[in-house]
Write a protein of this length. Structure first.
Length: 540
């Protein structure tokens, strides 16, 4: 019972509420929680407030009002079991000044609940609580400042190359002697190596997914659950037994794209945009924090870079049963489009043909019909690789270097940059004309927006390629050293008798096919092989 002036006597049923933020690095029912409990129980005993219950949220941010015991307390208030809430101070109730103000000024008043923050001298039964809004704002500012400091500390750890994620990537585990470092987890590491090997052999991500599922390899979540990580139990509970072996294509793609497997630490992929909502947003690729060579690699950097080009290709089920080993490396010399496989019927059968479809879709960009018979390309590439292999074996390849050879890569990149710039100029003109047609009612809105999206998509791709070309031009490569890398790689294929996808992906950056010409009555066609490492061709 309590008498205040002429106020009616009230029988209180008290909720003692305690909270400790997870930012305080406390685990379990911490000492600070115990201190809050003892202090508030003593206060209620001295004031004669009988306690209905103690509500504890240990490890919860004051910006989050969806706390288990806080919600339980609200439920008890709604059901008329509580009419007095006591906390150590206002910040224990919450740190978001808008939400905290809602509860102190509106919710408690509507529910006829008295609120006391002991250390701040706040008691809603009195009318001298003008300082409360300012204290709430200060508590909010404290939370904002703490969020800024935590974010800054995480970035500093990221710049130091520390492992700071919630879980180790598949194929690695946390070093028990150093929680900021990754070490190999041999069983899944072998699976990751096999995935990269299959990709280099020409398998699509869908084919790799199918192979892993058929071989009954535990998927990443099932493997981690099997090894004691209870966070992944929910992914497999209540499902059929075979679900633990079922891989999805997106998982395979994520693994093949993750540069952690070349020994690099890539952090800041996601970031909390707002300290109140805690919503994680994706950070643009160029703003990621990358530190190279922080742990043992599972694949070589060269193989990883090769696989990136393969993964980017959109897989389409083949219309014919033909293994095109050139599918990821052969391009049109004029427009840069990848050549696609087609089957051309002839009197004595059907022959595979590689052709540029851009000529049919946009003959302003690709003015000539670029095509080559598959068997002809196969013979040209095989003979050139055999010739290079012979020169490696004899030692002639490294003696072949001349001063002008070092600049051939830049000449090629300059030529490609010119093509990209010319196309961007044309696209700017096209989009301007497109808008004029739309503004003059010569083009309906749906067609305008559809065509604009397509041209803008091409513009973005070209601008990205433009940046890549410039980065390559800015690099100061040691041509001799890179040629040695190529020679060392070719040594594994000295006795070349036939081509395969793995060989091409390891040795060839791209193959550029020009259109056929007739010179002095003879059909001629230029095929240029751009080799890996040196990123240029090798003349005979």
């Amino acid at each position: 019972m309590e008498h205040i002036g002429n106020i009616q006597t009230v029988l209180y049923s008290t909720a003692i509420y305690c909270r400790l933020s997870k930012d305080d690095d406390q685990v379990g029912d911490s000492t600070s929680i115990q201190t809050q409990k003892m202090m508030l129980e003593k206060y209620c005993s001295e004031q004669g407030f009988p306690a209905y219950g103690v509500y504890v949220d240990d490890g919860y941010s004051g910006l989050n009002f969806d706390r288990p015991d806080f919600q339980r307390m609200l439920n008890d208030i709604d059901n008329g079991r509580i009419n007095l809430v006591v906390t150590k101070d206002l910040s224990r109730l919450g740190r978001d000044y808008i939400q905290t103000g809602y509860y102190t000024d509106i919710y408690f008043s509507r529910k006829k609940v008295r609120y006391i923050a002991v250390n701040d001298g706040v008691d809603t039964i009195r009318d001298d609580n003008d300082i409360v809004p300012f204290k709430n704002i200060l508590n909010d500012m404290y939370a904002k400042d703490l969020s800024r400091k935590v974010k800054s500390a995480k970035r500093q750890r990221a710049y130091s190359g520390y492992y700071i994620s919630a879980q180790a990537p598949y194929g690695y585990k946390v070093n028990p002697d150093n929680k900021n470092q990754l070490i190999l987890d041999e069983e899944p590491a072998a699976v990751v190596r096999e995935m990269f090997r299959q990709a280099l052999d020409g398998s699509s991500t869908l084919q790799i997914t199918k192979t892993l599922t058929e071989r009954k390899v535990l998927n990443p979540s099932a493997y981690k659950a099997k090894n004691g990580d209870t966070r992944f139990d929910r992914y497999n509970s209540g499902k059929e037994e075979d679900s633990v072996y079922r891989w999805c294509n997106e998982t395979v793609q994520q693994i093949l794209r993750n540069r952690v497997y070349v020994g690099d630490m890539e952090n800041r992929k996601y970031e909390v945009a707002n300290y109140k909502t805690k919503e994680r947003v994706k950070v643009p690729q160029e703003q990621h924090i990358i530190v190279e060579n922080t742990h043992e690699a599972l694949v070589s950097r060269e193989d990883f870079n090769t696989v990136q080009g393969i993964v980017k290709m959109r897989y389409k089920p083949p219309k014919h049963n033909f293994n095109n080993i050139f599918k990821s490396v052969v391009f049109c010399a004029e427009c840069g489009w990848r050549l696609t496989l087609a089957m051309k019927p002839k009197k004595d059968g059907v022959f595979p043909l590689l052709l540029c479809r851009c000529h049919f879709l946009d003959n302003e960009r690709c003015q000539h019909y670029h095509y080559i018979y598959y068997d002809d390309l196969y013979e040209i590439v095989l003979n050139q690789l055999k010739g290079v292999a012979r020169r490696v074996e004899s030692g002639e390849l490294l003696r072949y270097i001349s001063e002008d050879q070092k600049y051939r890569k830049n000449d090629r990149l300059d030529a490609e940059a010119l093509k990209v710039n010319n196309r961007l100029t044309i696209l700017n003109r096209i989009t301007k004309k497109l808008y004029e047609d739309y503004a003059c009612d010569l083009l309906d809105e749906e067609s305008y927006r559809r065509m604009l999206r397509e041209y803008q998509k091409e513009q973005r791709q070209l601008m990205q390629r433009q940046g890549t070309i410039q980065a390559e031009l800015d690099k100061k490569d040691d041509y001799s050293q890179n040629l040695q890398k190529l020679a060392d790689t070719i040594k594994a294929f000295l006795n070349i008798e036939e081509l395969n996808t793995n060989m091409l992906n390891k040795l060839v950056e791209r193959i550029e096919v020009d259109y056929p010409k007739v010179v002095n009555g003879e059909r001629q066609q230029e095929v240029t092989i751009i080799y890996r490492f040196i990123e240029t061709s090798i003349q005979d």
